[in-house]
Design a binder for this molecule. Sequence first.
Ligand SMILES: Nc1ncnc2c1ncn2[C@@H]1O[C@H](COP(=O)(O)OP(=O)(O)O)[C@@H](O)[C@H]1O
Ligand SMILES: [Mg+2]
Length: 347
Amino acid sequence: MIEAMIEVIALTKTYGETAAVQNVSFQIAPGETFGLIGTSGCGKTTTLKMLNRLVEPTAGYILIQGEDIRRPPPERLRQGIGYVVQNSGLFPHYTVAENIAVVPRLLKWQETRIQARIRELMQLIKLDPDQFAQRHPQELSGGQQQRVGLARALAADPPIILLDEPFGALDQITRREIQQEFKHLESLLNKTMVLVTHDVFEAVELCDRLCLMDGGIVQQLGSPQELIFEPQNEFVRRFFQANRFQLELKVTPLQDVIPWLPVQEAEDVSIRNYPGTSSLLEVLENLEVLENPENKTQAPGQSPLIGITDAQGNCLITAWEALLPAFHHFKQDKFKAKVSSQVSNHG
Ligand SMILES: Nc1ncnc2c1ncn2[C@@H]1O[C@H](COP(=O)(O)OP(=O)(O)O)[C@@H](O)[C@H]1O
Ligand SMILES: [Mg+2]
């Protein structure tokens, strides 16, 4: 078994009468993006801050790569952990370049190496160094500030990144844009990340696993699919209720509904083709593209066609109209499987 990158064991933090975090345990694998979610005040930030010792636990402990985090001096611990907060947390009197250089300077890198790293990171976050390096944070948009905050956290290439509502202060459109960039950023692929958010769509979009908390207590730990399709208690079920249908479509990849789709194998490559890993929501939201009159594959009065590349690399053709009925059957089947396993557990 691969050793956990981060292991949290029976972590508790109380402030006077308030139990901010109660007996929380979880493990995060190397390279995983782990989401801490829940409503305001449920203990997300407190849990996150215990990971880099900005808050000391009342009880319990934390291991990073097997080592108790109380062992190294806090400064050394934090050099291996990038930290991104809402409203970027940039130093207002520092330029963009100086902000990004904070940790490399602490680590006493040579100046030429620091300058090269600043340029490299600014290119990564799509801010032209010649135009932006000497600006101060207040001369940037909110989205640009958040990008610089991310660049600063990545500067010394730490293996772990903690993010506390990093996109929380951005407008909806900028937010979705930055989430997509974030998701596809190659420098983040191998990082172990802990993302605090109260935005369920953000959590489901970006995280491999989620920890849903309420009142400082873990309500459920698992993949987005598990939390949404198999809520462990009434709180978890209600937490996703307002957006349930959209979320279900979002966590269901096309390939999961193939057994219920009328498909034919085809060589026609002129139609829009989706990898089987695309979410149903993404495909359904793309309908406008298919409704384009230029789309020649659609005979008058017929449902548009889409292609799906399955896990074996075959291209299957199906009607867009068949997706929702197939999803319905997929869910029924999931539900039946659950009921029969409960019956056999009790039998
Ligand atoms: N420094 C503190 N002193 C007293 N109470 C605190 C402190 N920090 C957090 N709390 C309390 O702990 C609980 C959890 O807070 P927090 O972890 O910030 O929640 P979240 O990030 O999920 O919104 C809240 O009730 C909050 O008021
Ligand atoms: Mg918080």
